[in-house]
Ligand binder design. Structure first.
Ligand SMILES: NC(=O)c1ccc[n+]([C@@H]2O[C@H](COP(=O)([O-])OP(=O)(O)OC[C@H]3O[C@@H](n4cnc5c(N)ncnc54)[C@H](OP(=O)(O)O)[C@@H]3O)[C@@H](O)[C@H]2O)c1
Length: 234
């Protein structure tokens, strides 16, 4: 799990651990990761903090090396870490540095983490990769005036998530024919720090499509996009 020390990621870590998974709780800040993992361990769950800053190539490599050195295979990778910067700012004046930062974390972070952990996933009989995207990354929703959040226009965030969707499709294509499934989840508008808790869904609800894709049966899809109410338009 990346970005699992708070918000939706923390809830996904909790649910996966409560369903019997041994969870590596990724966090870019050691103290925040240890505190979050400690809260779940205190509930008797098998959770270990893992230093993992998806924006830092060395950090991602070290994290993968640590899991490898622990002699573990990896069954599930959840690319959850994400940021939304400059929300509410029009595309014409959105700060380029904020756009770059969102691409670095939301897009490149997910690619480098998937590349780094893929060798471990290949040891699994049923590997699952979940990319946590957004309805903001759906071109179908973004071009539909009936979409409830049509008037929100977070260009950098939406573009980074749309690109993440394309990345997921590309990995799914490469891995078709292997036991590894790569799918995209939209948690829906969920009350977290990301949106100053304006979201209308609870983290428990937001975690649901992510957990469903993380625990897909062998006959489940790959290269699909699942949201709160079923398949999402790309
Ligand atoms: N909330 C929503 O309505 C909503 C809707 C659609 C999609 N999503 C997506 O769901 C995911 C989780 O969002 P959330 O709402 O739970 O947000 P959140 O509460 O703000 O949590 C974001 C998490 O990502 C981590 N993170 C940020 N940059 C990182 C980096 N470079 N390396 C590793 N971890 C990093 C944060 O760590 P720190 O604590 O160190 O900052 C935090 O753990 C994101 O990908 C988001 O885009 C959210």
């Amino acid at each position: 799990m990346t970005g699992a020390n708070r918000g939706i990621g923390f809830e996904v870590a909790r649910v996966l651990a409560s369903r019997g998974c041994a969870v590596w709780l990724g966090a870019r800040d050691t103290a925040r990761g240890a505190a979050a993992a400690g809260r779940l361990s205190a509930q008797g769950l098998d959770v270990t903090a893992l230093d993992l800053d998806v924006a830092d190539e060395n950090s991602v490599r070290r994290a993968a090396a640590r899991v490898t050195a622990a002699g573990c295979r990896l069954d599930i990778l959840v690319n959850n870490a994400g940021v939304a910067l400059g929300s509410g700012t029009s595309p014409s004046v959105l700060d380029m540095e904020q756009i770059r930062a969102m691409f670095e974390i939301n897009l490149f972070g997910c690619i480098r983490t998937t590349q780094a952990f893929l060798p471990l996933l290949r040891h699994s009989a049923a590997g699952r990769v979940v990319m946590v995207s957004s309805d903001m990354g759906s071109q179908g929703h973004q071009t539909d005036p009936g979409f409830p959040y049509y008037d929100l226009n977070p260009m950098g965030y939406a573009a980074s998530k749309a690109a993440m969707n394309a990345v997921a499709i590309a990995f799914a294509k490469e891995l078709r024919g292997s036991p590894i499934k790569v799918n995209v989840a939209n948690p829906g508008f969920t009350a977290t720090d990301l949106n100053e808790h304006r979201g209308v869904r609870t983290v428990e609800q937001g975690a649901e499509p992510i957990v469903a894709l993380a625990m897909l049966p062998d006959d489940g899809p790959t290269g699909s996009f699942l949201g709160p109410d079923g398949p999402e338009p790309w």
